[in-house]
Design a protein around this ligand. Structure first.
Ligand SMILES: CC(C)(COP(=O)(O)OP(=O)(O)OC[C@H]1O[C@@H](n2cnc3c(N)ncnc32)[C@H](O)[C@@H]1OP(=O)(O)O)[C@@H](O)C(=O)NCCC(=O)NCCS
Length: 191
């Protein structure tokens, strides 16, 4: 599943040692994308503290990498604990990569991960005017029942299956190898 999409990019899970790349990606978002991602205007310091909080929240992160640089991400965090059956998802795609199918590929990963953790209710932090995010969610109406007034999606196939678990585990194996290769690419890049 760690497939190549859109001009040589790669989608994979992020590991705890990669939160710096996630912070740098969020800081690079243009003003409108940053506002849409966080549901309002936020400062650089807010983003730094959001990243620090992630370490305590048991979040699952997926990233879209090109040449070792993270250009888009999806964050899935439980509301309370994973046992609550509720989670919140948020997406961020840098402007140059929007409308290339990256958000769709990230939402697919988030739905698989949510399913494997028996999440029934998935909340999307989505401003009412954010048509692109709403269009994206609508594309997945086979998997999600979406009520835009309350920005809560219900994951339809709620139970994990052996196949869904294997799909995530297999992707994790590739993700770890690729995380190492991306770290190496970053080290070798001229500053
Ligand atoms: C919202 C966001 C995640 C969507 O990701 P994306 O990679 O741009 O979306 P995709 O290319 O996968 O397109 C998804 C669907 O959105 C719709 N879409 C794409 N570009 C669009 C545009 N310019 N205007 C309106 N709808 C658009 C299309 O229906 C598309 O599906 P299709 O191409 O199969 O028809 C991304 O644009 C983003 O990060 N925006 C800034 C932050 C944000 O809004 N986050 C969401 C709140 S958490």
């Amino acid at each position: 599943m760690d497939e190549l999409i859109a001009e040589g990019g790669q989608i994979r899970k992020l590991w705890p040692f990669e939160t710096g790349a996630y912070r740098d990606h969020l800081l690079r978002l243009d003003v409108a994308s940053r506002r849409n991602r966080f549901g309002g205007a936020v400062s650089d310091d807010y983003i730094r503290s959001h990243i620090r909080d992630l370490n305590h929240l048991d979040a699952v992160l997926y990233g879209f990498f090109v040449d070792g640089t993270l250009h888009a991400a999806a964050e899935l965090r439980p509301i309370g604990t994973w046992k609550s059956g509720e989670a919140e998802a948020a997406f961020s795609v840098e402007q140059n990569w929007q409308s290339h199918g990256v958000g769709s590929a990230l939402l697919e990963r988030i739905l698989l991960t949510a399913r494997n953790r028996a999440i029934k209710h998935l909340h999307f932090a989505c401003l009412a005017h954010n048509q692109r995010m709403q269009q994206l969610a609508r594309k997945f109406d086979a998997d999600l029942r979406f009520d835009f007034d309350s920005v809560v999606g219900e994951v339809r196939a709620q139970r994990p299956t052996p196949m869904s678990m294997v799909r995530e585990a297999a992707a994790d194996g590739y993700a770890l190898v690729n995380a190492m290769l991306d770290a190496q690419t970053r080290l070798l890049k001229p500053r």
